[in-house]
Design a protein around this ligand. Structure first.
Ligand code: NZQ
Ligand code: ZN
Length: 388
């Protein structure tokens, strides 16, 4: 097991009516003047934005609304938000939405106190200081409510870059009411499920030895997700199933499954190029990428893929490569059963420009990527071809 420090200072308030605590939690976190961020309109239609605004009003918290943040969020909204915060002297942010809204809020939070271009943080500069961010989560998927990460696309060149901070960008609080997810379209629910599974698998497929505890934590959360997923797909208002899926999304990405181990993250890097260029939903993209990456590994380094197949899907085959291939087949079947794509064509990308994806991938992430096994451009091109 590797050495580690685990420190996740986010306060989670979970359950029915959680969003109504926005005012008191904002004050407890010292937030008096807030940029209230939201997306393309679902938060208005469901009424959650109104309830959060009401809670802030009641607590005497001053706020300015900032909507229109799109999925796969872009740098233009970050510049706009930074400008508003400076002009209106806002010193905190609350994001009502999913990964796209939260990540935009985080990037604005880092950008406001910094004199240079916020994009510097996406090209290597460390985030030392940021405004506090609070979250009202409406979709379990990206796990950004509990992560120190933010993912933004620079429109010029379509560079989708993920940054990872230890503490600076972790939300101060996350208000999580599973009822808010009843209105999710099935494709978004399913994509969120694929994303949270991928967050666990990126950590599970590790070269680190002696990590039985986090292997078992990861397998347990994966099995729970696979069990709960059909229930939320069949009955979108099944509170307990929604609650289990929502909390899984946080546990998948708040670091607990990665303690003491090296992580991989190749599939995410490869998917980010697909969603940057083709605008697909991130989790759906991962349902295509991950099994292809695993197929590539089954031929070269099958042991952990076989362990996953046996422990998560109950595969009984004793040969590692065959067990791995059986597990991959079952993973694909699971994705298919909840309406997710498993090929480029099913994802809606009829003729992907693989040369372009590979070029951008290695420009953005370096010549060699991956923790489970290091991959070059030749390898990643082969993995992209396995998605055809
Ligand atoms: O924009 P609105 O109208 O709100 O609609 C959204 C959006 O269209 C809709 N939605 C959200 N909650 C809803 C709802 N519709 C009905 N009812 C509700 N309760 O869902 C759509 C997707 O929203 P988005 O915020 O994009 O979803 P998600 O949480 O999947 O975030 C995806 C982004 O997060 C990044 C992804 O790359 C992508 O850009 N990631 C961020 C990570 C992080 N910060 O730690 C890690 C992830 O690996 C991921 O890369
Ligand atoms: Zn993800």
């Amino acid at each position: 097991m590797e050495n580690f420090t685990y420190h996740t200072p986010t306060k989670y308030v979970f359950g029915r009516g959680a969003e109504e605590k926005a005012g008191e939690e904002a004050l407890a976190a010292g937030m008096t003047d807030v940029l209230l961020c939201y997306g393309g309109g679902s938060a208005i239609r469901s009424g959650v934005l109104g309830r959060v605004a009401h809670a802030l009003d009641s607590a005497g918290v001053n706020y300015v609304e900032f909507g229109g943040i799109q999925p796969n969020p872009t740098d233009d909204k970050v510049y706009e938000g930074i400008e508003i915060c400076r002009r209106e002297r806002l010193t905190a942010l609350i994001a009502v939405g999913g990964g796209s809204v939260i990540d935009t809020a985080k990037a604005i939070a880092a950008g406001v106190p910094y004199e240079g271009d916020f994009w510097d943080f996406f090209t290597g500069r460390k985030v030392e200081k940021a405004l506090p961010v609070g979250v009202v989560l409406t979709i379990p998927a990206a796990g950004s409510e509990g992560s120190g990460n933010a993912v933004i696309t620079k429109l010029d060149g379509l560079h989708k870059i993920s940054i990872r901070t230890d503490y600076a960008l972790r939300p101060k609080f996350a208000l999580m009411n599973p009822e808010l997810t009843f209105t999710l379209p099935p494709y978004q629910t399913a994509s969120g499920i694929a994303d949270m599974m991928a967050h666990i698998m990126e950590r599970y497929f590790s070269p680190s030895e002696g990590v039985e505890i986090t292997d078992r934590v990861a397998e347990g959360v994966l099995k729970a997700i696979i069990e709960e997923a059909p229930k939320v797909m069949a009955r979108p208002d099944d509170y307990d199933a929604r609650a289990n899926i929502m909390w899984s999304g946080t546990l998948a990405h708040n670091g607990i499954c990665g303690t003491g181990r090296k992580e991989d993250w190749t599939s995410h890097a490869m998917e980010h190029e697909i969603s940057a260029v083709y605008g697909v939903t991130h989790g759906a993209g991962l349902a295509v990428v991950f099994p292809a990456w695993m197929t590539y590994m089954a031929d070269r380094q099958p042991a952990k893929i076989a362990q996953f197949a046996r422990r998560v899907f109950g595969v009984e085959n004793h040969d590692d490569r065959s067990a791995a291939m059986e597990g991959i087949m079952m993973l694909r079947a699971f994705y298919g059963s909840i309406g997710l794509p498993v090929t480029f064509a099913e994802l809606g990308v009829a003729s992907p420009d693989i040369d372009l994806l590979v070029k951008k991938l290695h420009e953005n992430k370096g010549e060699r990527i991956g923790g489970y096994r290091t991959l070059t451009a030749e390898d990643t091109a082969e993995i992209y071809r396995l998605m055809l």
